[in-house]
Write a protein that binds this ligand. Structure first.
Ligand code: HEC
Ligand code: HEC
Ligand code: HEC
Ligand code: HEC
Ligand code: HEC
Ligand code: HEC
Length: 446
């Protein structure tokens, strides 16, 4: 069977366009991710997807407003500033009576951003939220599926590229034997034909392959340095625990509560017994404080009135995770805090001043903290990790906290050892984490 080369060119261009379309296809993931991040950063403190909380559930709320006879577009005004919506739309007025609490205003959100929040909310599936719409677990499911999709798409494109490259290579061989004057088989198969076509149009093929590869690299890097998906994330917590009162005013050491931070991978959160060490005596002065501290007593099964006894009826305080890295990333606290000598502030900001519960600080806020190295990439993204690894200097010798001579040895070798071998590291007079291997993929990825 013979296929004309113009037909084949059309086929190949279809492939290329297909690959491009697939890349563009990741666009919706971005919009989804934006809605997800905005919801968590701005709305999740009061709203859940499927359950009423401080605010009503938001699932299909646009439909609800349309069905209820709301004025067109007033729901956007509501989010920007609910008072404006109430002024023009009687339906909004009825909504405002839902509870005593008033909603915050979000004048900074554009119509597209608000739409992305609603789209994300409506895309959630009830089935994944057996625990009643906890936004964290919903997003974990959603993130994972969009990530695996990205991998599948990339996998397919890579297979195509490898096949194409293999074809060109074999064609080169065929062409060289042709030049040596060897006879070519008349009964060429489809693949032979394809190879011959690819050889004849090698410029097109090469340009095609290069643009696909470039497209992939750009797409990958955009996602690695991605927009502020995680910054400002501040999930609601069972007890409104202020770091300012504890680590600030009362100057309690971070390690008193996060006691594995210098010893292991994770920092750890305090158990209720740690809280009870102090709160057995401190039950709070204002009604708000008493209400919060009562929750500690409920968890510990402690009866502060009367005999002040433990009843044995305990329940766990389930803190929502604030900082979450994907499963494929390895991050170790002791390596950074103990060995690397990096201060908590560098990555978590001024927790001593944090009057609300913890959140993922924006890179702008982290840069404002005194003594921090100035970085530019979004907190918790790969760009953030590797930028610091490029900037951060390993100072000479003083970091050898484990006293096992590991760093002494490295520094001796680097500083007065083989200048020729280590010259490229030393030319700028400093040794960075990167130069010790902090950019190797396998150091951070399982
Ligand atoms: C401080 C708490 C709070 C935050 C933060 C908050 N809301 Fe609300 N929201 C409320 C309350 C409370 C109501 C119910 C109206 C009332 O009682 O005043 C409400 C109502 C709504 C409604 C109408 C719901 C219905 O059933 O008709 C929408 C839509 C809405 N909020 C969207 C948002 C979005 C989007 C965000 C994030 C950008 C957000 N809210 C952030 C407290 C909040
Ligand atoms: C009295 C105990 C206590 C002390 C002291 C304390 N923390 Fe915490 N920390 C907590 C509790 C409880 C939480 C969970 C509630 C929350 O997320 O706000 C928490 C949460 C955090 C989180 C977010 C955890 C996550 O899920 O990602 C960070 C980061 C953090 N603390 C850092 C610090 C730093 C830095 C210091 C010292 C300046 C410090 N903490 C001192 C009790 C403490
Ligand atoms: C080392 C002692 C100590 C430990 C441990 C401790 N607290 Fe406190 N906590 C205090 C002090 C002191 C206050 C301030 C009380 C006051 O102002 O009357 C306080 C206040 C509070 C308040 C009220 C804050 C406010 O002003 O709104 C809450 C809530 C609270 N603690 C929760 C916790 C939780 C949860 C834990 C365990 C993770 C914990 N505390 C561990 C000493 C401690
Ligand atoms: C180099 C940056 C960096 C430094 C320095 C750092 N952290 Fe973290 N911290 C992180 C990252 C990244 C995560 C998320 C880890 C994950 O998801 O596996 C995290 C998570 C946490 C958590 C929540 C979950 C857990 O148990 O790991 C706490 C609590 C915490 N850090 C406290 C601290 C304290 C206290 C210090 C200082 C003694 C500190 N961190 C220093 C980057 C840092
Ligand atoms: C503020 C600077 C800073 C940030 C941000 C940072 N690191 Fe590091 N990292 C360091 C320093 C300093 C060391 C060197 C510790 C040492 O000497 O082993 C290090 C070492 C490491 C190592 C060991 C490298 C080796 O050669 O053995 C790994 C793995 C690592 N970091 C992972 C991460 C990940 C993952 C993130 C992002 C979530 C991150 N780091 C963010 C400063 C940082
Ligand atoms: C210093 C630590 C570090 C090093 C070195 C590192 N990564 Fe990453 N990588 C991360 C972190 C953290 C994330 C998660 C970022 C996020 O969730 O936004 C990540 C995510 C990724 C992702 C998933 C992209 C996504 O959108 O989630 C890929 C693919 C990836 N890295 C590839 C690589 C390759 C290839 C290398 C070697 C050239 C490498 N990484 C080296 C820390 C690192």
């Amino acid at each position: 069977m013979k296929i004309s080369s113009s037909q084949m060119f059309r086929d190949i261009s279809k492939w290329c366009f297909g690959a491009l379309a697939l890349l563009l296809f990741t666009g919706p993931f971005k919009a989804q991710a934006q809605g997800d991040a905005l919801f968590k950063a701005k709305c999740a403190t009061c709203h859940q997807v499927f359950k009423d909380g401080t605010g009503p559930k938001l699932y299909e709320v646009r439909q609800k407003w349309t069905d209820g006879g709301a004025a067109e577009g007033s729901i956007f005004q509501w989010v920007n500033n609910w008072k404006n919506a109430v002024a023009i739309d009687p339906y909004a007025k009825t909504v405002s009576n839902w509870s005593e609490t008033a909603m915050s205003a979000f004048p900074e959100l554009s119509k597209e951003q608000i739409t992305s929040i609603f789209d994300w909310v409506d895309s959630q599936e009830q089935a994944t939220t057996k625990n009643g719409g906890d936004p964290l677990s919903v997003s974990a499911v959603e993130q994972e599926s969009s990530l695996s999709w990205a991998w599948i798409i990339m996998g397919v494109i890579f297979v195509v590229i490898i096949l194409a490259v293999g074809g060109v290579r074999r064609q080169l061989k065929a062409a060289s034997s042709e030049m040596e004057g060897k006879a070519i088989d008349d009964d060429m198969t489809y693949t032979d034909e394809l190879k011959q076509w690819a050889w004849a149009n090698r410029k097109v093929v090469v340009v095609g392959i290069i643009s696909i590869v470039l497209g992939l690299v750009v797409a990958l890097f955009l996602s690695l340095y991605s927009v502020g998906l995680v910054e400002n994330y501040q999930p609601s917590q069972p007890i409104s625990f202020p770091h300012s009162v504890h680590a600030g005013t009362n100057a309690i050491d971070c390690k008193y509560c996060h006691n594995s931070v210098t010893k292991s991978k994770s920092a750890g959160l305090p158990t209720v017994n740690v809280c009870m060490n102090c709160h057995k005596q401190i039950s709070g002065e204002t009604p708000e404080q008493q209400e919060q501290i009562q929750k500690i007593y409920d968890a510990a099964g402690y009866d502060p009135s009367g005999a002040g006894r433990y009843t044995g009826d305990t329940k766990e305080i389930i803190w929502n995770r604030v900082h979450v890295l994907p499963d494929h990333v390895y991050f170790n606290h002791s390596q950074h805090v103990e060995v690397g000598g990096v201060d908590c502030k560098q990555c978590h900001g001024d927790m001593e001043k944090m009057m609300e519960t913890a959140k993922v600080q924006t890179i702008e806020d982290l840069n404002k903290v005194e003594g921090n190295i100035q970085l530019s990439k979004t907190t918790l993204t790969m760009g953030w990790c590797i930028e610091c690894h490029k900037e951060k200097e390993i100072s000479n010798g003083t970091l050898d906290t484990k006293k096992d001579g590991y760093y002494d040895e490295i520094h001796k070798r680097l500083m007065d050892g083989d200048k020729e071998l280590y010259g490229k590291y030393l030319e700028d007079g400093k040794v960075t984490v990167m130069e010790l291997g902090g950019w190797e993929c396998a150091k951070c990825h399982y």
